[in-house]
Design a protein around this ligand. Sequence first.
Ligand SMILES: [Fe+2]
Ligand SMILES: [Fe+2]
Length: 209
Amino acid sequence: MNNALILQLRELVTADMSPKRARHTLAVEQMAARLAALYCPEKEQMLRVAALLHDVTKEWSTECHAAFLKEHGITPTAMDLAAPKTLHAKTAALLIPEQYSEYADGEVISAVRYHTTGREDMTLCEQIVYLADYIDDSRTFPDCVTLRNAFWGADPENMTQEQREAHLLRVLVQSFDLTIAGLIEDGAPVSADTFLARNSLILKLKIEK
Ligand SMILES: [Fe+2]
Ligand SMILES: [Fe+2]
């Protein structure tokens, strides 16, 4: 992965998106790069690529997601159809090796695959793309503002590495709490992966204490 390839990808993905989706995608890339600088500078380029690709199928219709999954031998679950917003993470992860093969790194694909629901024992890259998607600077939804302030307001740049790692886990738990509370309030189903993600982060925090 190099800067020229990233520039090419940035132009390619944003050309096919609505202006709103393109703005969000570029803001997630910026936030992922800021988080990479704090947690894993060596993964910055890979995280930029994952951010650029994370919503590449977000504007497809539910029928289009279902047809694409079917072509890949996957039957959408009742949960997928009840929460169609989560489908784009599955279809984007499948599309990357086919349409963006030079970017089809395993870490990129898993960060894209789990950026909506999270999962048990998330990797650092999955955590960063998940959080960058939640707190990117283009978001004005109250929960996003709350979480962005919770993350940056604690001044993570001036923490020790250990404090900074625990801070990331705590903010992620808070993000899952907000997501789960919002879904409950809407009477919407909550993905099992989201509960597993939250539980495993809490257990990790307790073990590391
Ligand atoms: Fe998304
Ligand atoms: Fe997104």
